[in-house]
Design a protein around this ligand. Structure first.
Ligand code: PMP
Length: 420
């Protein structure tokens, strides 16, 4: 009996398509909300309809991470979920050393290299433990021991956490801190008090909680020229000259995939010098020597990242993606700035993040609560600011459609008009 002949109400379990897609997709029963989905709508330019629409999935998700993913990616993953490209099993159920996963991880790496123009001088590693684990892995790999000096720009909560963790494995110093200014600015580069003996200079390219983003990067003054960046929340949101960095690392769950995989791009000459106490899983050499397959990798997360990379390439690459991000963020910041002080973004204009837009309401915390609750009723979710700072935060990563930002700013103007 052929597989197709068994098609019936349970056909999703039995049908074995030869290619990803329509056959399977059409046999899956979508939940009520997902039935509103239209692939074309994902990439569709904004329309007046979008101003009143509730998003392709019934809501717009402004979460800081895990965050919204492109609908087309989710649909492709859904179509391939139970039977990955004719294998008869999902990508979660097969050996990470088999040909299917091998092809998926190689393609993901190749596409990421193409997107960011990663030079041959750098390894691309798919790791686990979140960006938080890299806070330890970086000094463990780059410093000979706990007395090696290293420099940190502390521009928000994440770089502060990275600094504190690095102190365990290096002699870490704060070369500049934005704490006194409540993390609303970044330094002029010559104000960073770099130690020329420092092994590396660490920055967080985008502070997810405070919404400050480096638009250019400081030159490390250390002898070996190592600049390290935590790019978790703006990874692949714009082109970056990777050659300027010794290490770039990023948890995937904001711009490029689900939580569970952390990507590190590491200059090859920095691999292989880890401190003797370094756990095997934190030593970049372990992963570089084994093409990120030393142990069982987060297969599904890597696969989804691969789909996101394909999608970003299909959009025309990161220069195009950056233009869209600038446009979306511009609309939101303009609305805040034109509100006559009703909405306030405390971040200095020149370093405002394209990804995370924090703001407060001059009328106070009760109105912020009301704003967030009413927005949620309108299908705009997860707008609450981080618990450490309060207020409102709109995370508008690559996958947030322009229509979501348009709907938000329309709502903001309406809220202001109703609550003067
Ligand atoms: N760095 C930044 C900039 C972040 O936004 C986050 C997570 N929100 C982290 C590090 C920590 O990442 P993870 O949860 O993957 O450890």
């Amino acid at each position: 009996m052929s597989a197709a002949a068994t098609a019936g109400p349970n056909s999703i379990l039995l049908h074995r398509p030869t290619s990803a897609g329509p056959a399977v997709a059409s046999s899956i029963r979508l939940p009520a909300r997902a039935s509103k989905v239209s692939c074309a709508a994902v990439a569709a330019p904004s329309s007046p309809h979008a101003l009143t629409g509730a998003g392709e999935r019934g809501v717009y998700n402004f979460a800081a991470g895990p965050a919204t993913l492109p609908l087309s990616v989710l649909q492709k993953a859904q179509a391939e979920l139970v039977d990955y490209r004719g294998s008869g099993m999902s990508i979660m159920e097969m050996s990470h050393r088999g040909k299917e996963f091998d092809a998926a991880i190689k393609k993901a790496e190749a596409d990421l290299r193409a997107l960011l123009a990663v030079p041959d001088t750098h390894e691309v590693l798919f790791l686990q433990g979140g960006a938080t684990t890299q806070f330890a892995a970086v000094p463990l790999n780059l410093c000979a021991g706990a007395s090696d000096p290293v420099d940190f720009v502390v521009s928000g909560s994440w770089s502060d956490k990275a600094f504190k963790e690095a102190k365990k494995y290096s002699a870490a110093s704060v070369a500049w801190s934005g704490k006194d200014g409540k993390y609303t600015a970044l330094p002029q580069f010559d104000a960073i008090k770099q130690n020329p003996e420092a092994r590396f200079l660490h920055i967080c390219s985008n502070e997810t909680i405070h919404g400050v983003e480096f638009k250019d990067y400081p030159e490390p003054k250390n002898k070996s020229g190592i600049l390290v960046a935590d790019m978790s929340s703006n990874f692949c949101s714009k082109p970056v000259d990777v050659s300027r960095f010794g290490i770039i690392y990023a948890g995937a769950q904001k711009n490029v995939g689900p939580s569970g995989v952390t990507i590190a791009i590491v200059r090859k000459d920095l691999v292989g010098n880890a401190q003797p106490i370094t756990p095997v899983m934190l030593d970049y050499k372990t992963h570089a020597d084994n093409a990120s397959l030393y142990n069982t990798p987060p297969c599904f997360a890597i696969y989804i990242c691969g789909l996101v990379f394909e999608d970003l390439l299909a959009q025309g690459g990161l220069a195009e993606v950056e233009k869209k991000n600038q446009h979306k963020a511009g609309i939101l910041y303009d609305t805040i700035d034109a509100s006559g002080g009703y909405f306030i973004c405390p971040v200095e204009k020149s370093v405002r993040s394209l990804m995370n837009v924090p703001f407060t309401l001059a009328k106070g915390a009760d109105f912020e609560k009301q704003f967030i609750a009413e927005a949620a009723k309108e299908g705009m979710l997860q707008l609450k600011g981080h618990r450490s700072v309060g207020g409102v935060r709109a995370s508008i990563y690559n996958a947030m459609p322009l229509s979501g930002v348009e709907k938000l700013v329309t709502f903001m103007k309406d809220f202001q008009a109703r609550n003067p």
